[in-house]
Design a protein around this ligand. Structure first.
Ligand SMILES: Nc1ncnc2c1ncn2[C@@H]1O[C@H](COP(=O)(O)OP(=O)(O)O)[C@@H](O)[C@H]1O
Ligand SMILES: Nc1ccn([C@@H]2O[C@H](COP(=O)(O)OP(=O)(O)O)[C@@H](O)[C@H]2O)c(=O)n1
Length: 236
């Protein structure tokens, strides 16, 4: 499986409506590894992990942080959905199965997509500050990141958006109704996504709490009010 994963190609997309250039790049992980070796001249990227339950507003707040603080937003979920939809992807079916069942895709896939996206963004835009949204989400994600990436980046802090399950579920259902086209914005998948959040993601948040890296934000207020609290974290 690892050999296959190492041949993983990724499509790296960023969206013009988020004030960013769209970069499409088919890049094998082997190439990415080479480019990483050759990227000694690239700066060590600054990373902020963005965590919180499904529907807590991670993507919404990341968009605001991008506009106000010049970060690049990399959503693990978006990268996985793009790879799933990429013509010829070996991992489309695997990713779809994990997403529909609210399970966490094996880290080699996700980490390769994130590493490629960071490297490409640094080369093309010169930006070196990244919001990594929805990662690390379980122990496998955390272990893979520590193994492969932790020495190559500066982890600044971890934002956690707190919002009760019923509000999050309502937001995701509404997101589905307004055309998110996501195969997991339905009650059945949401139940599984919340089980995964509680059983697998909360321990990762606790791990970062023990390291004093967690900055918690009340995500129950409206998006602009939430952003007032988020801003403070990026002020210095
Ligand atoms: N503070 C908020 N109050 C109400 N609705 C929100 C808030 N933040 C986001 N939403 C809406 O809830 C849904 C989920 O938000 P999103 O940012 O996609 O969450 P996540 O990335 O955590 O899954 C979206 O439809 C979004 O417009
Ligand atoms: N690190 C990650 C992030 C997302 N995912 C998958 O992508 C799905 C959607 O994640 P997302 O971050 O886009 O959305 P939310 O669940 O936060 O709303 C998750 O339920 C997982 O199936 C993953 O496998 N690994």
């Amino acid at each position: 499986m690892l050999d296959n994963l190492l041949r993983l190609s990724s499509v790296i997309g960023r969206f013009a409506q988020k004030g960013q250039v769209r970069i499409l790049s088919k890049l094998s992980v082997e190439n990415s590894a080479k480019s990483c070796r050759g990227k000694m001249s690239l700066p060590k990227p600054n990373i902020v992990f963005v965590l919180g339950a499904p529907g807590s507003g991670k993507g919404t707040q990341c968009e605001k942080i991008v506009k106000n603080f010049g970060y690049v937003h990399l959503s693990a979920g978006d990268l996985l959905r793009e790879e799933r939809s990429r013509e010829g992807s070996e991992y489309g079916e695997l990713i779809e199965n994990y997403i529909r069942n609210g399970k966490i895709v094996p880290v080699d896939v996700t980490c390769a997509l994130l590493e490629n996206a960071m490297t490409q963004n640094m080369k093309v835009s010169g930006k070196d500050s990244f919001l990594i949204d929805g990662f690390p989400r379980n122990q496998d994600n955390l272990d893979g990141w520590q193994r492969r990436m932790s020495e190559k980046v500066n982890l600044k802090f971890v934002i956690v958006f707190n919002c009760p399950e019923d509000a999050c579920v309502e937001r995701c259902i509404n997101r589905g109704k307004s055309g998110s086209n996501r195969s997991d914005d339905n009650i059945e998948s949401l139940k599984k996504r919340f089980d995964t959040f509680i059983n697998d993601s909360l321990p990762i948040i606790n791990h970062y709490k023990e390291q004093n890296l967690v900055r918690e934000v009340d995500a129950t207020k409206n998006p602009d009010e939430v952003f007032e609290d988020v801003k403070v974290l990026f002020a210095d």
